[in-house]
Design a protein around this ligand. Structure first.
Ligand code: DAT
Ligand code: MG
Length: 137
């Protein structure tokens, strides 16, 4: 069965959206295979997770945001879960995320030079799902 890796980011945990996000995963019929609260991420782990973005000028605020508070991380499984979870999350930029998606319903637009705080993460391909699951668990 296909698996993907997800994060409820610091904004999602701080704003009390854990139940809402998990409810949507369960409602959709996906199986929660692993679920862990990580109270403080290291900068090293965040940098490895976002290895493709580390060199970007906008990356330092992302690192700061991801280490700013507890996150919930997990693995979910089901048919086509990688693509379906991405659809359920919605577009990266809150202002572009459609209503009905997690980001479209909950993510707040970021100010200039602020990290985009968009509640959730999900692996974007089979290859990243494998890499991220191995990195985090
Ligand atoms: P996604 O999280 O939708 O997979 P991504 O992998 O391109 O998007 O980027 C990871 C996170 O980094 C994203 O959720 C928000 C932040 N981010 C991406 N591009 C950004 C930008 N141009 N400015 C600020 N933050 C950005
Ligand atoms: Mg991504």
């Amino acid at each position: 069965m296909e698996q993907t890796f997800f994060i409820i980011k610091p904004d999602g945990v701080k704003r009390g959206l854990v139940g809402e996000v998990l409810k949507r995963i369960e409602q959709r019929g996906f199986t929660i295979e692993k679920l862990e609260l990580r109270s403080q991420l290291s900068e090293e782990l965040v940098d490895q997770h976002y290895q493709d973005l580390v060199g970007q000028s906008f990356y330092p605020p992302i690192r700061e945001f991801m280490t700013s508070g507890p996150v919930l991380v997990g693995i979910i499984s089901g048919p086509k879960v990688i693509e379906t979870w991405r659809t359920m999350m919605g577009a990266t930029r809150p202002e572009e995320a459609l209503s009905g998606t997690i980001r479209g319903d909950f993510a707040k637009a970021a100010g200039k030079n602020q990290a985009i705080q968009n509640v959730v993460h999900g692996s974007d391909s089979e290859e990243s799902a494998k890499r991220e699951i191995a990195l985090w668990f």
